[in-house]
Design a protein around this ligand. Structure first.
Ligand SMILES: Nc1ncnc2c1ncn2[C@@H]1O[C@H](COP(=O)(O)OP(=O)(O)OP(=O)(O)O)[C@@H](O)[C@H]1O
Length: 551
């Protein structure tokens, strides 16, 4: 058999008649025969093999892939002809392939030695072998496991499947997070038990069906498919606010947020699924995020949460959804930052919530804090300031656009007042607008609500109080879980917010507690909860058993 291939480093591989011949483009010398540990055995003028580089779909790769496919076919034929004595088939196949020496296989970061062989392929250095397998792709590589035990060991190497997982749409860390931290569902286990091999994980993930994800925000609902990179669309939900004020569907008195969410379940969600996503609700598992509505730890709050749970079930199952997973928006936003414990600060549409979460569970008994300013208040305050400066605009959309593009949070408010902060932005159709101090005065109401006439705690005070209470509660031997503060919500994208909150927390808290505090920006902006739900829905077990509802 002869084969010629080209690669970016090795210009040619000669005939496969026992020895593999490579010619280095840089050194123009033939390299022949490699020891199995990856170092070359000099046959004629050898040089060290090049470091492994990411494979490219070169002609060389395609040819090599074809070669391996050919081997696979031959091996499968051999395998089936020997199937009458299947227990010995792999060893006979090995001897057919002239096995004699041992091969080295990477297992995660370690190299383990197995005393089997791949016959003539033992002569190929492992890293080149791996490059070839990468070129083959996951489907074809998986087929090679049937050849014999040795091939199975090589092809099952974690490093290969980590590569395949890394090169999927999902970022590698999200795959790892979903598999290690979320795979057992609620309640999350502190220590994930033994990991499966990454080959199994790859195979199982490939079989997980897509789910519909609906993040029912109180201002905007975000919807889309778990298999897609980002939400397919967003729709304003705050418009149904006024309808909800009259909504009395439950015997229980409930908060406005509760009623809005219920209204969303009944009217918005069916519309999103059938009209906007154009899919039959009866065919798709669905993940729903639930805004923080009932945040106390009293019997009344617990009952309200239970009622909400039942209402979600009945609303979703009325739509014939095969399975539903409803998880708090705060928990999902924390997942998006690849965390299962920490303090989630959601700068929401109507209000801002500070939510302590331990192992994926909201710590109501420590206390969820609510501060008044949310996106709506910020927009309202900016509008007021613009009116005072006689700036005219035809819609709130203009104010929102200016907030998103010109506003920021000052690190030192007093110092910022003395600076020239004038900047302009062109809003489509409306034209150019210039803002001065409004640029940072707007975001400042998160820290000093009184500026906008709101008698609420500042965000930093609410977060510091939450951290102190988590510290005092001693819920976990690990004293650092509450030192991770994750921001979420569109308004949390305001530049400077992370730095200011970090600074204020260090000023407010004693060093023994503030040491090690980390404020993390919103992992995916306004879509953080949606991404958290995406991670959850790609979790394997999610699709295989009835899903829990967790508030
Ligand atoms: N980059 C940005 N900078 C500032 N504000 C932004 C940015 N992106 C989005 N926003 C604001 O975020 C707000 C919407 O936030 P979000 O979608 O998180 O609300 P929601 O999820 O509906 O609210 P809730 O969390 O209360 O349910 C809008 O007012 C929008 O102007």
């Amino acid at each position: 058999m002869s084969l010629e291939i080209w690669d970016h480093e090795l210009s040619r591989v000669g005939c496969l008649d026992g020895l593999v011949k490579f010619k280095s483009r840089r050194r123009h010398q033939w390299l022949e025969g490699y020891r199995l540990d990856g170092s070359e055995r000099e046959v004629s003028g050898c040089h060290p093999p090049p470091p492994p580089s990411p494979p490219k779909a070169t002609a060389a790769g395609i040819l090599m892939a074809n070669l391996l496919k050919l081997i696979l076919e031959t091996a499968s034929r051999l395998n089936s002809s020997n199937s009458s004595n299947s227990s010995n088939s792999s060893s006979r196949l090995s001897s057919n392939l002239n096995c004699s020496v041992s091969s080295d296989v990477y297992d995660s970061d370690q190299i383990i030695v197995c005393s089997s062989s791949t016959g003539e392929f033992d002569r190929i250095p492992l890293d080149i072998f791996m490059q070839i397998l990468k070129l083959l792709g996951p489907k074809e590589a998986a087929k090679l496991t049937v050849i014999c035990k040795s091939w199975k060991v090589i092809v099952s190497a974690n490093m290969l499947w980590i590569y395949f997982l890394q090169n999927q749409q999902d970022p590698w860390d999200s795959t790892f997070f979903a598999e290690t931290s979320l795979r057992f569902g609620y309640p999350l286990r502190t220590c994930p038990s033994q990991m499966q091999s990454f080959m199994q994980i790859y195979g199982q993930r490939a079989q997980v069906p897509g789910a519909i994800i609906i993040d029912g925000g109180s201002g905007y609902v975000k919807f889309g498919w778990s298999k897609y990179d980002s939400p397919s669309g967003r729709a304003a939900t705050f418009l149904i606010d006024c309808k909800c004020r009259n909504l009395v569907t439950l015997s229980l008195q409930c908060t406005l947020g509760f009623a809005i969410f219920l209204q969303q379940c009944i009217t918005v969600f069916p519309d999103v699924i059938t009209c906007r996503m154009q899919v039959k609700s009866s065919t798709q598992p669905t993940v729903v995020s639930i805004p923080i509505t009932q945040y106390g730890d009293t019997q009344y709050d617990k009952t309200a949460r239970r009622k909400l749970k039942e209402a979600i079930y009945s609303a979703m199952f009325d739509m014939n959804v095969p399975s539903v997973c409803a998880v708090s928006q705060a928990t999902l936003a924390l997942f998006a930052a690849r965390k299962t414990s920490g303090i989630l600060v959601n700068v929401g549409f109507n209000q801002t919530s500070v939510v302590p979460i331990l192992h994926g569970k909201i710590m109501y008994k420590v206390g969820v804090k609510i501060v008044a300013p949310g996106a709506l208040k910020l927009i309202g305050y900016l509008r007021e300031q613009m009116h005072q400066r006689n700036q005219n605009f035809s819609s709130l959309y203009t104010v929102r656009t200016l907030k998103e593009n010109l506003c920021y949070v000052a690190l030192d408010y007093e110092a910022e007042l003395r600076k020239d902060t004038e900047a302009s932005y062109e809003v489509p159709v409306e034209g150019w607008f210039t803002l001065k101090q409004e640029r940072f005065r707007t975001g400042e109401i998160l820290f000093q609500p009184l500026i906008a006439g709101l008698s609420s705690k500042g965000l930093h005070q609410a977060v510091a109080l939450c951290i102190e209470q988590c510290h005092a509660a001693g819920l976990s031997p690990d004293d650092s879980w509450f030192k991770t503060v994750v921001l979420a919500g569109g308004t949390a994208c305001l530049p400077g917010l992370v730095e200011r909150l970090d600074k204020e927390l260090r000023l407010l808290l004693p060093p023994s507690i503030s040491n090690g505090i980390r404020v993390i920006p919103p992992p995916y902006g306004a879509d953080s909860a949606w991404y958290g739900a995406k991670l959850l829905s790609n979790r394997l077990e999610s699709m295989q058993r009835p899903w829990p509802v967790s508030l």
